[in-house]
Design a protein around this ligand. Structure first.
Ligand code: ADP
Ligand code: MG
Length: 360
């Protein structure tokens, strides 16, 4: 359905896309992941000609997009794009947002457009908001309207550019649910996202973009569990774990806990486990002697749903797990009682404590 060959895009001297070749079949759901600034948005924008590629070819359903004779508006209509910021018309009601394109551009009769709009609003769960205005809606609702508005143009392909990244965390799931539903109905979709669990569960293929290329591609299983190339591995490791550095005794405990909580939420850990993680981090920090350079990391194991908390702190070698070593004896007893496993080692001048935390 989409065939891209040797696509490149330069902005002046800046080479954003070097050489991208890829085929996307009908019904596929592609997630694009990668660090920011690696050209993910530019790639989407080239696909529907919001940006003009510098070189290469794009075919949509066999139609050469970049040929002079091709009608750009007509081809573009095959693709709907959903942006991070919803881009609804503020002065139009929800239903008018949905019917404007079909009436003006597709020549639909008003009644027909209205009926279709209502069907689509039902699909995204917002039929009762048909006559509301965008500023009466929450961010998640606005984004669902934006998706419905895209669908009203009857596209064959939907492109999403980080559709949930402007949303309050509580509203992410309602938008992802709508995208999931469209996926089930067989829509072809290309989604730039940093919702990794979503990408993993929904996509047929994942593209990891870096260095102006689709640096590595594969099934979610391949990319998330067995990445082959250096940068993909580094990226996946980075997003799978959480790192925090403390450099003084007056560190900001609440900021650290908020970050840890966000990490736990991202992995949809039960509240109970999140609570244990925050508590254990606090206890571990109470055992530290030297606060000049402490590093705490969390990593989540999907296999057994546990969280590994590692704390590396300075000072003389001292195993707090040994009886009578730590001044904070109660702290260490709490840690031992709560964790499934606790290990200590001294390595590269650091006292390293490893805790395995689960819901049990
Ligand atoms: P991503 O979506 O992966 O974060 P983008 O595609 O937005 O990356 O941007 C890739 C690079 O291209 C960035 O360095 C960005 O500054 C640059 N860029 C994007 N759009 C333009 C533009 N219109 N003019 C100049 N540079 C741009
Ligand atoms: Mg982007």
């Amino acid at each position: 359905m989409i065939q891209v060959k040797n696509l490149s895009k330069h902005f002046g001297d800046l080479v954003v896309l070097k050489d991208i070749s890829v085929d996307i079949k009908k019904g596929e759901i592609i997630s694009i992941i990668g660090p920011s600034g690696t050209g993910k948005s530019t790639f989407l924008r080239c696909l529907n000609l919001l940006d003009t590629p510098t070189g290469g070819t794009i075919h949509i359903d066999g139609i050469p997009l970049l040929d002079k004779g091709t009608s750009v508006p007509k081809v573009r209509r095959k693709m709907g794009m959903v942006f991070q910021s919803f881009n609804l018309y503020a002065h139009l009601s929800v239903i008018d947002n949905l019917t404007l394109g079909p009436v003006k551009l597709l020549g639909k009769k008003r009644a027909e457009a209205d009926q279709m709009a209502i069907e689509l609003l039902k699909l995204v769960g917002l039929a009762e908001k048909a006559h509301s205005f965008p500023d009466e809606l929450s961010g998640g609702q606005k984004q669902r309207v934006a998706i419905a508005r895209c669908m009203a143009m009857e596209p064959e392909i939907l492109l999403f550019d980080e559709p949930t990244s402007a949303l309050d965390p509580t509203m992410v799931s309602e938008v992802l649910a709508v995208i999931r539903r469209l996926a089930r109905e067989g829509m072809t979709m290309v989604i730039v996202t940093h919702e990794m669990e979503f990408a993993r569960n929904l996509s047929s293929r994942v593209f990891y973009m870096d260095e102006g290329l689709i640096y590595e591609e594969g099934t979610p299983q391949q990319i998330f569990n067995h990445p082959q190339k250096e940068k993909t591995k580094a990226f996946i490791n980075r997003i799978r774990s959480f790192h925090y550095r403390i450099t003084s005794r007056d560190y900001d405990l609440y900021a650290m806990q908020a970050d840890m909580e966000a990490f736990c939420d991202k992995h949809t850990l039960p509240r109970k486990v999140t609570g244990y993680v925050l508590h254990m981090a606090e206890e571990v920090l109470c055992l530290q002697q030297d606060f000049s350079d402490i590093r705490i990391s969390l990593s989540y194991s999907e296999k057994d749903g546990s969280v590994e908390l590692v704390c590396a702190g300075g000072g003389a070698p001292r195993n707090p797990l040994e009886e009578g070593v730590a001044e904070d004896d109660i702290g260490i007893k709490l840690i031992k009682a709560r964790c499934r496993r606790v290990d200590y080692r001294y390595e590269n001048g650091k006292n390293i404590l490893m805790l395995k935390i689960s819901g049990e």
